[in-house]
Design a protein around this ligand. Sequence first.
Ligand code: GDP
Ligand code: MN
Length: 354
Amino acid sequence: MELAVIGLSLLALHFGEPVSYYLTLRGNQPSRAKTHSLPFVSIIIPTYNERGRIQGKLRNVMAMYPNDRMEVIVVDSSDDGTYSEVNQVDLPNLRLIREPKRRGKVLAVRDAMRTARGEVIVITDADALWLDRLENAVRILQGEIGAVSCVKYPNRGEEENSYRDFYNRVRLKESSLFSTPVFNGEMVAFRRELISPEELPMAGADDSAIATYIAMKGFRAICVPDFRVVEEVPLTRRDYMSWKVRRGAHLVRHFVRNFWKVVRCCPTSFKFIFTQETFLHTVEPWLLVSGLVLVALGDPYLFLSLAGAASLLLLWRRTRKMVEAWVPNQVFLIASQFYGIRGERMIWRKERKE
Ligand code: GDP
Ligand code: MN
C-alpha cells in the first residue's frame, strides 16, 4: 500500500508540476518598436544535401524582406549538387560558401557569421518555410530584446501537431515573462553585436544556446506569435523517432550543460524558467514511469482503475490530443537521455522528409 502512495505522489508531481508552471507564466508580449528604417540583415542558411529544397527556400526568404536590405549566405557541405541549384538563383546579395567536407551545422554557421555584414543575423534551416514577413521579427530587436525566434508548425502528423501547439504556447508565455531558453532553428534572429561566432557552442541545440546566452547577458530572447514557420517532419515512423530522440538529446544536454551557469548569473525570472525547463527535460518523464510502476506493484487494482480512468481521456478529442502529445514525448525524452549520455553529436543522419 505504501508503494502505491509513493507512486501516486510521484504521479501527482508529474502532472502538477507542469500545470503549475504553465499557470505561473504571466506577462505581456513586448510591443513592436515604431522604427522607420529596417536593419540590414544577414540571412544564413546552412545546407547539407538540400538540392530539392534550396531554390524554394531561397525564393521564400526573398519574398519576406526587402531585397536591398538583406544578404543571403548559403554555407553548403552537400555532395548532392546543392550548390549548382543555388547558383541558378538570381539575387544580388547572395553568397555561397562551399565547404570541402561536412563538418556539422555549427561550424558552417560560424564561418558564415564571420563574413556577415548585417546588423542582424538570421539563421534558418533549409527545410523550413516562413509564413510571415521578417519585419515582424526584426522590428522587435531593440532595447532589451536581443534575439527573436518563431513559432512553428509541422507540415504533417497529428501527434507532432498537438505537441507543437502546447510547446508554442509555453515558449510564448516564457517570452512574455522574460526570455525563453528554447529557440527554434527554423528562424533565429539576433543583434550581431551580442553574439560572436566563437560563442556558438560546439554542440547541438545551437539555436537554444543562442537564446540562453542572450539571457545570460541580461537581454531577452523571445518567440513571437506573428512569425510562423512550417517545418518538415520525417516521413517514416523510424525516422520520426530518431529525429525526436536526436533533438531531445540536444535539448537535454543543453539544459544540463548550462544549468549552473544560469543559476549563478541570470535575472531571477530566467533562473526560474531555466530551472523549470531543466526539470521538465530531465526528472519529469521519470516521475511518470516510476509513479506508474510503484502504483502497479503496490496496488494492482488501483493501477487498473487508473488505467481505466485514463482511457476515458481518449474519448474526447481535446483530451485525446493532450494524451497523444504528452505521453510519447515523455518516452522520447527518456530515450533522448540515454542517447545524450553517449556524448555530443555534431553531425547527424539526415532523416527523409519528402
Ligand atoms: P533538424 O531541423 O533538427 O531536423 O536538422 P536538419 O537536418 O534539418 O538540419 C538543420 C539545417 O542544417 C538544415 O538546413 C541542414 O541542411 C543543415 N545542416 C545539417 N548538417 C549540416 C552540416 O554538416 N553542414 C552544413 N553546412 N549544414 C548542415
Ligand atoms: Mn530542419
